[in-house]
Design a protein around this ligand. Sequence first.
Ligand SMILES: Nc1ncnc2c1ncn2[C@@H]1O[C@H](COP(=O)(O)OP(=O)(O)OP(=O)(O)O)[C@@H](O)[C@H]1O
Ligand SMILES: [Mg+2]
Length: 346
Amino acid sequence: MLEKEKIEEILSGYKKFKIATICSHSSLQIFKGAREEGIKTIGIVQKGKQELYESFPYGTPDEFIEVDNYSQIPDKELVDKNAIIIPHGSFVEYTGPKFDDLEVPIYGNRQSAMWERSRTKMFEWMAHAGIKRPKILEPDQIDGPALVKFPGAKGGRGYTIVNGTKEFEERIGDRECMIQEFIIGVRAYPHYFFSPFTKVGYKTKHGKIELLGVDTRVESSADEIARAVSIGLKPKLAFTVIGNQAMVLRESLLYNYMEIGKKVSDASFDLFGGIYGPYCVETIINEDLEIYSFEISARIVAGTNIYPDGSPYSTYYYKEPMSTGRRIARELKIAHKKKKLNEIIY
Ligand SMILES: Nc1ncnc2c1ncn2[C@@H]1O[C@H](COP(=O)(O)OP(=O)(O)OP(=O)(O)O)[C@@H](O)[C@H]1O
Ligand SMILES: [Mg+2]
């Protein structure tokens, strides 16, 4: 992993800064938010996609850098343009392990990528945080529906359900995977934002967190499967993410969710120097109102795209429409003014 000193050295050469990201995932929101805060933007775009982005006047970046392939991030050109990268889900996905060594300042702590990439490490992080999670099972412990997750499967693709040890041995065998108890309930994805500077928000050990929104995902076939079942079909349950829907939690759950956000934040400081800015904890709430956390995303999640003009939560922190994209731009502006960009960038 690239040394932090190297990034500090690059940053010390920046007078003004621009916000850059790959045109995908939540980039329209990131560019719009930066524009609202008066910060110039750069879109790294694949050949053929520029016209699409230009067709959204408030979501388009101020300038484009065209690439053949998203695995090649033009780091020198970005540094010449004084860019700070906002990593979103697709950014991390497309760059892969190269992410760790990118010679461009990245908002947040790039060490978090390592903790996210491995499901075992992520569960270690959640265990350290002391939050409830689905049980991880050994093959001989399966005695009811269990979800088998393979490494690197993004968007839930390729996951499968087994009902017992015998079925596991027949269908999965020795393949590398993680087996989780299958939790039945409603999924909720809270969008947190950590800041070491802000005065508003829920107190954590190292700063404060705001809850900027909540969404739930729409997954195919899982979320529409009742139709198929009602006509007598028995399709396989699958979890391919198709989109996101707005969600507001019953208010009595808010305390629990702020505590989950706080514990995950505090644990990230104990383990690897903290996460900065947006993150999400993927949860399922069962009928007894128990909340199970099964994944952490240490960056802006696509569910925030529902709220480009603020959410039913951001309205209690800000008078102006505050999306996660805009909140990121504002945080960088504040840090720049305080001469503390180093603290939140690596
Ligand atoms: N323990 C569980 N019990 C029940 N359903 C689960 C469980 N874990 C995951 N799921 C379902 O499977 C989906 C995908 O799971 P997960 O988030 O682990 O996949 P992923 O490939 O890491 O996806 P992404 O990185 O896009 O979030 C979830 O959105 C949820 O619907
Ligand atoms: Mg997930």
